[in-house]
Design a protein around this ligand. Structure first.
Ligand code: PMP
Length: 431
C-alpha cells in the first residue's frame, strides 16, 4: 500500500503542528505508523490522499452513525451557509434542537449547547459543583471525559494509550478534588464516599466505557451509582458523548433504564460538525447563567451549521429507530466472525460488543475494568493493525479504542472485515 503523499504531507505537517496532527490519536503512533491524510469519504469508505480506500471503523470517532456524508443529512447545508455562518444571537433551530434532546432523554428538562464533548463535561461539573456547593468529583479509571484539567486524571483514550495517567501542565491543586474509583466496582465507590462524607459534588461515568476499548457498565453498577448519588445528594452525570443516540435513541440512559441527573452529549448530535451539549433537571440547569450564577458561555455555541446537521441526524434517527437493531445485528455478526476466527486459530483473545461498538482485546479472559485492559498485548495489536490496514480495513489506531460501526457498513463490508481479521490473526499467531 502506497502512502507517499501522506508521508510528504506529514513531513510538512510536523513543521507547523505538534506531531503533525490536531489530536494525538491521529498520529498512528501507538501502532508504529505515520498518519494517513484523508481525501474524502462516503458511506462506510474513506479514501486517503494516495487513493487508498478503506472500510472505515474510525468513522470520526463516533459521530457518523449513518456513515460519511449521508445525503439526507448534508443536503441543504449550502442554503444554511448562504444565510449566514454564525450570528451571535439566538436562532429558532437552537430551540428545536434543545427540544429534540430533552424529548429523547426523560431524565433531562433543559439543555445547553457547547462546542465539544470536553466543554460539555467540564461545564456539567461546574454546574454540579455550583448546585451542590461541594468541590469533589468522582470519576473512574480508564474513562475519558475530554481534556479539561480536572478530568485528566487516570483517563483513557490517548492518555491511556500513551501511558500518561495525568498530564504535565495540570496543577496538583486542580486535581486534588478528583477522586478515582474502579470501573464496574461499586465497593470502590462506596469506600470513596465513606472517606469523603458530604463532599462529593458529582459522579461522572461513561455508562459504556468507550475509551479503554469497549466495556459495558454492569446494570447493577450503574443502578448502584444511582442509589448512592440519590442518598448522598451527589449529582450523577452520564457522559454520553459516545453512547448518546448510538446505543439507543435515548442513549445508555434508555438502554440501562437508569436515570442520571445530568447528561453530556457530543459528536453525534452534530453529525460530524463541532458540537456538544449538557443537560439536566430544571433545578440543576437553572443554576446556569443568565438565570443562575454559574457562568458558562460560548461564541459559537449553537452554531447554525452544526444545529442544521445535528437536527437532521436526530430526526432521522428518531423516525427510524429500527436502525439500532440493524446496527446491533451488524456488530454481532462482526463479533461472532471474530470469535469464530479466534477459535479456528486456537487463540483466546476477548471480543467485547455493545450495540454498534466492538473491540478485540489482545488479552484472554473477561475485560471489565482498566486493570483488565492493561493486560492487553499491544505489540500483538500492532502486528494485527498493520495487516488489517494492508487489507484495506481502517481500525482506530490503538488497542484502547473501540470500532465504530455505522448503518452504512454493508454485509459485504462486515464479511470482508471478518476475512481480513482471520488473515491478520494468522500473522499474530505465527509471531
Ligand atoms: N467524553 C467521552 C466519553 C469521549 O469519548 C470524548 C472524546 N472521545 C469526550 C468526552 C471529549 O469529546 P471531544 O473530543 O469532543 O472534546
Amino acid at each position: 500500500m502506497n502512502h507517499s503523499k501522506s508521508s510528504i504531507l506529514y513531513e510538512e505537517a510536523v513543521k507547523y503542528i505538534p506531531g503533525g496532527v490536531n489530536s494525538p490519536v491521529r498520529a498512528f503512533k501507538a501502532v508504529g505508523l505515520e498518519p494517513i491524510f484523508a481525501d474524502y469519504a462516503e458511506g462506510s469508505r474513506l479514501t486517503d490522499v494516495d487513493g487508498n480506500t478503506y472500510i472505515d471503523y474510525i468513522c470520526s470517532w463516533g459521530p457518523l452513525l449513518l456513515g460519511h456524508s449521508p445525503k439526507a443529512i448534508v443536503e441543504g447545508i449550502e442554503e444554511v451557509v448562504a444565510k449566514g455562518t454564525s450570528y451571535g444571537v439566538a436562532t429558532a433551530i437552537e430551540v428545536e434542537m434543545a427540544k429534540l434532546l430533552v424529548e429523547a432523554y426523560s431524565a433531562i428538562d433543559k439543555v445547553r449547547m457547547v462546542n465539544s464533548g470536553t466543554e460539555a463535561t467540564m461545564s456539567a461539573l461546574r454546574v454540579a459543583r455550583g448546585y451542590t456547593g461541594r468541590n469533589k468529583i468522582l470519576k473512574f479509571e480508564g474513562c475519558y471525559h475530554g481534556h479539561s484539567d480536572a478530568l485528566l486524571v487516570q483517563s483513557g483514550s490517548g492518555t491511556l494509550t500513551y501511558g500518561v495517567p495525568t498530564s504535565p501542565g495540570v496543577p496538583e491543586d486542580v486535581v486534588k478534588h478528583t477522586l478515582v474509583a474502579r470501573y464496574n466496582d461499586l465497593a470502590s465507590v462506596h469506600a470513596l464516599f465513606e472517606a469523603n462524607k458530604g463532599e462529593i459534588a458529582a459522579v461522572i461515568v461513561e455508562p459504556i466505557a468507550g475509551n479503554m476499548g469497549v466495556i459495558e457498565g454492569k446494570k447493577a453498577f450503574l443502578q448502584g451509582l444511582r442509589e448512592l448519588c440519590s442518598k448522598e445528594g451527589t449529582v450523577l452525570i452520564f457522559d454520553e458523548v459516545i453512547t448518546g443516540f448510538r446505543i439507543a435513541y435515548g442513549g445508555a440512559s434508555e438502554y440501562f433504564g437508569v436515570a442520571p441527573d445530568m447528561v453530556c452529549f457530543g459528536k453525534i448530535i452534530g453529525a460530524g460538525l463541532p458540537v456538544g451539549a449538557y443537560g439536566g433537571k430544571s433545578e440543576i440547569m437553572d443554576m446556569v447563567s443568565p438565570i443562575g450564577t454559574v457562568y458558562q458561555a460560548g461564541t459559537l455555541s449553537g452554531n447554525p451549521l452544526a444545529m442544521y446537521m445535528g437536527k437532521k441526524n436526530l430526526e432521522l434517527l428518531k423516525t427510524n429507530q429500527e436502525v439500532y437493531k440493524v446496527l446491533a445485528t451488524k456488530a454481532t455478526k462482526l463479533t461472532e466472525g471474530f470469535k469464530a476466527n479466534l477459535e479456528k486459530l486456537g487463540l483466546e483473545f476477548t471480543v467485547n460488543c455493545v450495540g454498534s461498538l466492538v473491540c478485540l482485546f489482545f488479552a484472554n479472559g473477561r475485560i471489565e475494568n482498566y486493570d483488565d485492559v492493561k493486560r492487553c498485548d499491544t505489540e500483538l495489536f500492532t502486528i494485527y493493525y498493520k495487516k488489517m490496514m494492508e487489507k484495506g480495513i481502517l481500525l482506530p489506531p490503538a488497542q484502547f479504542e473501540g470500532m465504530f460501526l455505522s448503518a452504512a457498513h454493508s454485509d459485504e463490508d462486515i464479511e470482508a472485515t471478518i476475512k481480513a481479521n482471520y488473515e491478520a490473526l494468522e500473522m499474530v499467531k505465527i509471531y
